[in-house]
Design a binder for this molecule. Structure first.
Ligand code: ADP
Ligand code: MG
Length: 333
């Protein structure tokens, strides 16, 4: 018999057993998959950080554009990114899955192979979850647990007027890859990787926290301007962005030179998973050093202003204009 094994052949508990067998154990996991709850060790004086992300088929991913392994990886990376954005250490994940009963089991095994590969990269352990039958679209809910020493945590609310605004890596790559896919074109590999396999900036996030280099921080998931808005509102400051300083990859810059409208993707695109943070001017040298040791650009893209309503940007001739605030909003677009 050559038929692919489907979920209804092995059932919920058959699937959970396969997940359990494929999951690496870790010394700080006292009880992992298989009991009513997982039990884990946390550093005694740290704060527990936790965050949940939902990924829904056709909203967050399309199975004809991604593969199961990459999807598993991405689910973990985007959650780890939230812990990085607080300056924390990611530690444990739980995973809720809604699947149709005729789903091929080998897809789910590839998905968990991707989860396992990302878990290894970020040194996090899968410790539990829940599995349900979905009547239609696939959904994945990932909860991450991490920790941070209380005096090192970086929220969105600590920025001050006069400080600099920085962003890690390059922006717009993932959104450009998605735009090309939506047009039926094949994105260049460098852009496709940024979309399907984003990397959470755990090392930089943790170092910014440990060295007290950032006053406010968040990760860019919904577009630079939209996420910047959260930082500005939480910190009650305004900003002036330097349009000439936006860090763009070679692949993005090449496309931009053919189509200047693409700048909108760098500003509003989403799914960059880069860190956006504020920092006082006297920390600039330490930030340069961090960029050099991690090999990732960390670029100053503007200044914070005392007027909380100010949203300015300067263009290539250094002329200032007002910015419209715009990001991805699930109920408004
Ligand atoms: P309960 O009925 O107590 O909720 P379940 O039968 O749903 O337990 O799950 C059994 C064990 O398998 C639990 O430890 C749970 O955390 C784990 N589990 C279930 N689904 C998943 C999943 N998708 N990923 C990881 N662990 C899972
Ligand atoms: Mg359950």
């Amino acid at each position: 018999m050559n038929r692919k094994i489907k979920l209804f052949d092995i059932g919920e508990f058959g699937l959970i057993e396969r997940i359990r067998k494929g999951t690496a154990t870790q010394p700080d996991v006292v009880l992992g998959i298989g009991d009513d709850c997982a039990a884990v060790v946390l550093p005694a004086t740290d704060l527990l950080l936790t965050s949940t992300d939902l990924l829904l088929e056709s909203i967050h991913f399309r199975l004809d554009w991604t593969d199961w392994f990459m999807l598993g990886r991405k689910c973990i990376s985007v959650n780890v990114s939230d812990i990085a954005a607080m300056g924390g250490t990611p530690r444990y994940i739980t995973l809720g899955l809604g699947l149709t009963k005729d789903h091929p089991v080998d897809h789910i095994e590839q998905f968990f192979a991707g989860v396992g590969a990302a878990a290894k990269d970020y040194d996090v352990a899968l410790i539990g979850g829940d599995t349900c039958r979905s009547p239609g679209p696939l959904f994945v809910a990932v909860t991450i647990l991490g920790s941070v020493p209380p005096d090192e945590m970086i929220s969105r609310a600590g920025a001050h007027a006069g400080e600099r605004l920085y962003v890690t890596g390059t922006i717009g790559d993932s959104a450009l890859a998605l735009a090309l896919l939506q047009r039926g074109e094949r994105p260049p590999e460098a852009l496709a990787q940024r979309h399907h396999n984003p990397a959470a900036r755990t090392l930089i996030g943790r170092e910014l926290a440990r060295l007290h280099l950032a006053t406010a921080m968040l990760d860019i998931s919904d577009g630079l301007l939209g996420d910047l808005e959260h930082l500005l509102t939480a910190s009650a400051v305004g900003c002036r962005l330097d349009g000439r300083a936006l860090p763009l990859s070679k692949a993005f810059a090449a496309s931009l030179s053919n189509d200047p409208e693409l700048l909108n993707l760098a500003l509003n695109g989403g799914e960059d998973y880069e860190l956006l943070f504020s920092s006082p001017a006297e920390k600039a040298v330490a930030i340069e050093q961090l960029s050099a040791t991690t090999g990732l650009p960390i670029t100053c893209i503007g200044t914070l202003l005392a007027d909380p309503a100010a949203r300015q940007m300067t263009d290539h001739l250094d002329r200032a204009f007002d910015l419209p605030a715009k990001g991805y909003n699930h109920f408004c677009d």
